[in-house]
Design a protein around this ligand. Structure first.
Ligand SMILES: [Ca+2]
Ligand SMILES: [Ca+2]
Ligand SMILES: [Ca+2]
Ligand SMILES: [Ca+2]
Length: 436
């Protein structure tokens, strides 16, 4: 958020009471769960060593259908699935971590939330199964479009639903959510967040993207008219928010680009979710392209994207697999094949590679390498199959990828069943080094 904005997204640092003084430990445990972590490197990795950092994304499935429910679960410190989420984080120990599907609330300090504080104090700060506690010094919780009433019948079911709580309300909201803040985002960092330079793109309208793939009502001659012109005047592109959060690592600045595009499913032949997912991903592809970003306007009214010299990492659940699933035109390839993005070595796990449905049942028709999958969508044999949907994508500029992995234990690992119960997604991490 830039200075001078009138919009209510003011971000302030949330500094936790105590600094994490413990060195990264338990690497041997991490190595049991991931395949691509090089031993010598992880042994020498120190989270605060100049120039190196571990960056991760994790859809932790900490969303609840009623406002206040997550706060309730976080208040006790003894919720089993949340303890598992905290343990995963304590074992991987990312320096910068995005959590997707972490419900937001307006009961915390600006730029944070009560849920974020309770998660830190009651779960991350507490040793889970003897893992070392983790104290993140810096927090950013953006406001999100999910669960904000649009005032229109966006799902065309004949009713404008503006009372929170129901799926019909969620479908008419600016982003799918039964209450404001559902499926929100939480960014945690050991490095200072340059709060004054945060840029958010929550209010950017879909129709303001050149050649937007606005869906079409196939029964009319008019093109791209699934949403009326009145609806297009309020319909935001981002289903949650897109945020450029600069993090200071020594003398360098790392632009952490966070988002969570809508799933490309639950729609009809007009493909309205698929098209939105595609264009939400495109926003970042354009944002890191100096010759394509001039149309992008942030919530403070400033236009343009990142310059060629910027260091960035794109984080989040993008709900799109490069080879399988329902995404429109394999939308994630806009990022994976982008000339400024280094996607050369996908994170892998032994757990995904050896998953029961990796290559049979739901996975039988998949084209993608099952070892690259990051989410368990096999649903005991009845789902679309495991997918690669969660990404940590660094810029080629200024960053070298050292190691990468997906925290997906093999099934006979004692931790595997708890991990599978806590979330359908797995944590994805990359170790990065700043290079001249
Ligand atoms: Ca409706
Ligand atoms: Ca409508
Ligand atoms: Ca039409
Ligand atoms: Ca797959």
């Amino acid at each position: 958020m830039r200075r001078g904005s009138l919009l209510p997204f003011l971000a302030l640092l949330f500094v936790s009471a105590c600094r994490d003084a413990t060195p990264p430990v338990l690497q041997s445990v991490v190595e049991r769960h991931v395949t691509s972590v090089d031993e010598s490197d992880t042994d020498s990795r120190a989270s605060t060593e100049a120039g190196q950092l571990r960056v991760a994304t994790f859809n932790a499935s900490l969303n609840r259908d009623k406002a206040g429910e997550l706060i309730e679960a976080l208040s006790t410190g003894d919720h089993e699935d949340i303890k598992t989420v905290a343990e995963i984080i304590q074992r991987v120990r990312p320096d910068v971590l995005l959590l997707n599907e972490f419900d937001g609330d307006n009961q915390g300090s600006p730029g944070s939330s009560l849920a974020a504080r309770l998660f830190q104090d009651n779960y991350l700060s507490v040793s889970q199964h003897e893992a070392e506690p983790m104290n993140y010094r810096y927090v950013y919780v953006p406001t999100v479009n999910t669960g904000i009433a649009s005032g229109f019948d966006l799902d065309n079911n004949g009713k404008v639903v503006d009372t929170p709580g129901s799926p019909s309300y969620a479908n008419d909201a600016l982003g799918f959510g039964r209450h404001p803040g559902q499926y929100g985002m939480l960014l945690l960092s050991q490095y200072p967040i340059a709060v004054e330079q945060i840029r958010t793109f929550q209010t950017f309208l879909w129709r303001d993207m050149p050649d937007a793939r606005l869906p079409d009502d196939l029964d009319t001659d008019e093109p791209n008219d699934f949403y009326s012109s009145e609806e297009q005047a309020v319909l935001r592109l981002s289903s949650k928010n897109h945020c450029d959060v600069p993090v200071r690592v020594g003398d360098a600045v790392l632009h952490v680009l966070i988002a969570h595009p809508t799933p490309p499913v639950f729609d009809g032949p007009e493909d309205h979710h698929g098209r939105r997912n595609h264009d939400e991903i495109r926003l970042w592809a354009d944002y890191v392209s100096p010759d394509a970003s001039s149309y992008i306007t942030d919530d403070a009214g400033h236009a343009g994207g990142l310059g060629e010299e910027s260091h960035f990492v794109i984080l989040g659940d993008y709900n799109a697999d490069p080879f399988d699933g329902d995404s429109t035109n394999f939308a994630i390839r806009q990022l994976l094949e982008h000339p400024r993005i280094n996607a050369s070595v996908p994170p892998t796990s032994e757990g995904a590679r050896t998953h029961r449905f990796a290559t049979q049942g739901p996975g039988a028709e998949h084209q993608g390498n099952p070892a690259h999958d990051t989410a368990d969508f096999s649903f005991f044999g009845k789902g679309p199959g495991n997918m690669r949907v969660d990404y940590v994508l660094p810029s080629k500029q200024g960053l070298k990828q050292l190691d990468a992995g997906v925290f997906w234990p093999v099934w006979d690992d004692p931790f595997a069943k708890r991990v599978a119960k806590a979330s359908d997604h797995r944590l994805v991490f990359l170790d990065l080094e700043f290079i001249p």
